[in-house]
Design a protein around this ligand. Structure first.
Ligand code: SF4
Ligand code: FES
Length: 251
């Protein structure tokens, strides 16, 4: 396949950045999108040019690192697919493909396609955990969890923290990510003792990081490679209001 790539190049956080054009003449339909960028980078290195910086780790749809916008869509045009699992067979010979970093105030561009998603780490550090000593792994049925709650927790736990929901949202909100984390822990018995303090601290950190508010556009759920459902945001809002009420009562 012959492909024409328009790639965002930005030296560092202070550089204004601009699109640059490259041709890749020997792409295979079986390559992943990251392998296409590998081929481009080999070509650039041989030609004495700086390779394109991009994030990746697992290349299996697990880590959430391969964050980029392809043809205007976070993780590209395929539904429920991370960039590392997007294959070139979904494009056509001769296509022009644009590749940009995630654009959101809370995700500053570090270099080329790499953005700083440390704000997500700070949200998790604010409360996305349980602090009870858990010891060694208990038997699977030691703590009974109703099936529908276990399923809901499991669905929410599929969030890989990639940030595509933020990049897709016109408000730059991380509500889908936050809702997934709140729902995951809030549905399980082990998550109950810190349920109120968790949601208050995580929402505070979300707002402090500069993410916007949710106005129910639903773009986040469409872009999410793990198909996190939009109703985790309703759960987030319910938990937040309940926690605020409980805090007022105890004041
Ligand atoms: S909710 Fe979906 S899009 Fe957002 S961080 Fe999690 S996996 Fe990525
Ligand atoms: S590189 Fe890990 S999800 Fe894509």
């Amino acid at each position: 396949m012959r492909l024409h790539l328009k790639v965002w190049r930005q030296r560092d956080a202070d550089d204004r950045g601009a699109m640059a054009s490259y041709d890749v003449d020997d792409a295979s339909p079986d390559m992943s999108f990251l392998e296409l960028l590998d081929v481009l980078n080999e070509k650039l290195t041989v030609e004495g040019e700086e390779p394109v910086a991009f994030d990746h780790d697992c290349r299996e749809g697990i880590c959430g690192a391969c964050s980029m916008v392809i043809d205007g869509q976070p993780h590209g045009p395929e539904k429920a697919t991370t960039t590392c699992q997007l294959h070139m067979r979904h494009f056509s010979d001769g296509d022009t493909i644009t590749v940009e970093p995630f654009r959101a105030g809370a995700f500053p561009v570090v270099k080329d396609l790499v953005v700083d998603r440390g704000a997500f780490d700070r949200i998790i550090a604010a409360g996305g955990y349980i602090s009870a000593p858990t010891g060694s792994a208990p038997d699977a049925h030691a703590v009974p969890v109703p099936k529908d709650q276990a399923d809901r927790a499991f669905t929410a736990a599929a969030c890989i923290g990639c940030g595509a929901c933020v990049a897709a949202c016109p408000n730059g909100s991380a509500s889908l990510f936050l809702g997934a984390k709140i729902t995951h822990l809030g549905e399980l018995p082990q998550g109950q003792p810190e349920r109120n303090s968790r949601v208050l601290a995580m929402v505070d950190e979300h707002d402090a990081a500069g993410f916007g508010g949710c106005t129910n556009t639903g773009e986040c759920a469409v872009a999410c490679p793990k198909e996190i459902p939009l109703d985790v945001i309703s759960q987030l809002n319910r938990d937040y209001l309940a926690a605020r009420k409980a805090r007022r009562r105890s004041a």
